[in-house]
Design a protein around this ligand. Sequence first.
Ligand SMILES: Nc1ncnc2c1ncn2[C@@H]1O[C@H](COP(=O)(O)OP(=O)(O)OP(=O)(O)O)[C@@H](O)[C@H]1O
Ligand SMILES: [Mg+2]
Length: 219
Amino acid sequence: MRIISLLTQKGGSGKSTLSAAMAVEMQARGETVFLVDMDPQRSLATWAKGRSDRRLAGAAVGSERLAEVLATLRDRGVTLAVIDTPASLSAATDAAVAAADLIILPVRPTAFDIWSCEATWRRIRALGKDCAFVLNQCSSLQTSRRVRDSAAALEAMGGLLTPMITARVEYQDAILRGLGPTELDPHGPAADEIRRLCDSVRRRMALDRFHARATRQAA
Ligand SMILES: Nc1ncnc2c1ncn2[C@@H]1O[C@H](COP(=O)(O)OP(=O)(O)OP(=O)(O)O)[C@@H](O)[C@H]1O
Ligand SMILES: [Mg+2]
């Protein structure tokens, strides 16, 4: 089982939105996904409960139970756990970092967001973990100087996943309906962004190689 944790000290960067969107697409690609919601707001667990397709399950989990829950998921054949965290640097986020194979930091392209994510980045590096950024809620003017400068700063720190995610109502509509953007409008631009983001995450985690090895071992 591989584990992705989404983390930012700043609230509202898109951790829960992107967790849900990527989980749906990863499940569609053959992963058995479980959503671990460590945020007391329980946004992601509530979204998972509201889905009519119950194959993608989720639960609220406190940091004290994280290790035990992950061990159970591994035993049950879950191949990908996505951990959503509260906006903080805390015992909960440290536990999510320690457990993860990859930590994703969604960041809006503003100075406040970039400054704030530096502390998170330093904490992750201190814990010896790999992390990557994703620029979220970008205006459709993605070539603006501000967005380009943000991308360069994040690329220099830990690496930037592709593509930049645009601010689109489809992300909000999908959450409201218990869907991912790839289910809401499979041919729409948000679905395309999420599919490309999942490609980028898979490359970063070498997930394709991981599955090929698991399949060979099972044969
Ligand atoms: N790409 C996007 N386009 C449009 N709206 C977005 C996008 N990403 C996130 N949002 C919206 O921004 C708000 C914050 O997103 P979300 O709740 O996912 O952030 P979060 O990092 O999980 O916040 P918190 O730290 O409070 O848990 C939500 O209203 C969500 O619908
Ligand atoms: Mg959230």
